[in-house]
Design a protein around this ligand. Structure first.
Ligand code: SAM
Ligand code: SF4
Length: 342
């Protein structure tokens, strides 16, 4: 199907072997972060040497190649994308694709710590919505979960984002015994603030030192508990990803559940992910990848890059392989979320 746009003529998106059009690219722009969330990183993470990272110019070049090949939505993530030096230049430059009509949406997933500083600039660059990760409304718990984060700083960031006119979706990882008693309150608070909210099931990615089975809280349970307080009306809203959405009648807010372990969302998958070193993963739950950094660094012409992207998409697998090995508590995908970008 050819996509149409208010701006320019739409490009036919690249199609994978299962006929899924690839219209969404998520890019991790750094593996570094100013927080150390317990489910995401160990406290003593080793980060990549800077020379391994794509430069901001290289990131622009690769993102622009994807836009040329039909990607309509770009999300910058990390690590914490807003701690990368010069990152606003990348947002501003990518904004040209919004103005030309080649891109529908440029967006970011952030922990919110730098939003007070950057909210206005993000809006000026063309960003209209941000995802902010926040697992608790309790400052002490926030400190325990993020290890290094400051709750007040994130609240200031959210306020600034709202004032700048950015739409806000809160992402909260549901953690057994940690924030499960607060999830009702979060639905209420997001309703009051005018924020959408999505709960995420903890995923088996990377060794973070804690036992995954201790953190795992099935969202089916969360949903049935919430349904005792809230009227959850199933929504037709879809993003092609692993989220199912509901409208909360009492608050008027949208509530999503991302359940990669308990539901199969792969049939509608429209996305690929690139790490900050230019490694393209065709599936969040699989190891197969393509090295775009070598291609970018070896040629000034964009033709080899376009060809490498086409070739990678032709290898996109049908589905993922997440498993928590319950006997040994082992994980099935060894990279950290901060590498692939959530
Ligand atoms: N630093 C930014 C942030 O926290 O929003 C962007 C990167 S972070 C890796 C993206 C999302 O992945 C966050 O919402 C985070 O809560 C989520 N995440 C990280 N590790 C996870 C895990 N093991 N299971 C489920 N979600 C995870
Ligand atoms: Fe940093 Fe985001 Fe990972 Fe937390 S979830 S450690 S904020 S990258």
């Amino acid at each position: 199907m050819l996509e149409s746009s208010p701006g320019g003529a739409r490009r036919q998106p690249l199609s994978d072997p299962f006929g899924r059009g690839i219209t969404y690219l998520r890019v991790s722009v750094t593996d570094r972060c100013d927080f150390r969330c317990v489910y995401c990183m160990s406290e003593d993470m080793t980060f990549l040497p800077r020379k391994d990272l794509l430069t901001l110019e290289e990131l622009d070049r690769v993102c622009s190649a994807f836009v040329r090949l039909g990607v309509r939505k770009l999300r910058l993530t990390g690590g914490e994308p807003l701690v990368r030096r010069g990152i606003m230049d990348l947002f501003r430059n990518l904004g040209r694709h919004l103005r030309s009509g080649d891109l529908d949406e440029l967006t970011v997933t952030t922990n919110g710590s730098q939003l007070a500083r950057y909210a206005d600039e993000l809006y000026e660059a063309g960003v209209r919505r941000v995802n902010v990760s926040l697992d608790t409304l309790d400052p002490d718990r926030f400190r325990a979960i993020t290890r290094w984060g400051r709750f007040g700083q994130v609240m200031d960031g959210l306020r600034a984002a709202k004032e700048a006119g950015l739409g806000i979706k809160i992402n909260a990882v549901a953690l057994k015994g940690v924030n499960e008693d607060e999830l009702d309150r979060m639905v209420e608070w997001c309703g009051e603030q005018g924020f959408d909210l999505t709960f995420i099931e903890v995923m088996p990615m990377g060794d973070v030192g804690d036992d995954r089975l201790d953190q795992y809280l099935p969202l089916s349970l969360v949903r049935s508990r919430l349904a005792q307080t809230w009227t959850l009306e199933e929504s037709a809203y879809r993003t092609g990803g692993p989220a199912r959405y509901f409208n909360v009648r009492e608050t008027g807010g949208r509530l999503g559940f991302i359940t990669p372990l308990t539901h199969n969302f792969c049939e509608s998958c429209n996305r690929v992910r690139m790490t900050c070193t230019g490694t393209l993963y065709m599936c969040l739950g699989q190891q197969d990848s393509a090295d775009l950094r070598e291609v970018v660094r070896n040629s000034e012409s964009d033709a080899p890059l376009d060809e490498a992207i086409r070739e990678a998409i032709s290898r996109k697998p049908k589905g993922h392989d997440f498993v928590i090995d319950r006997r040994r508590g082992r994980i099935s995908v060894p990279r950290h979320m901060s590498v692939t970008g959530g």
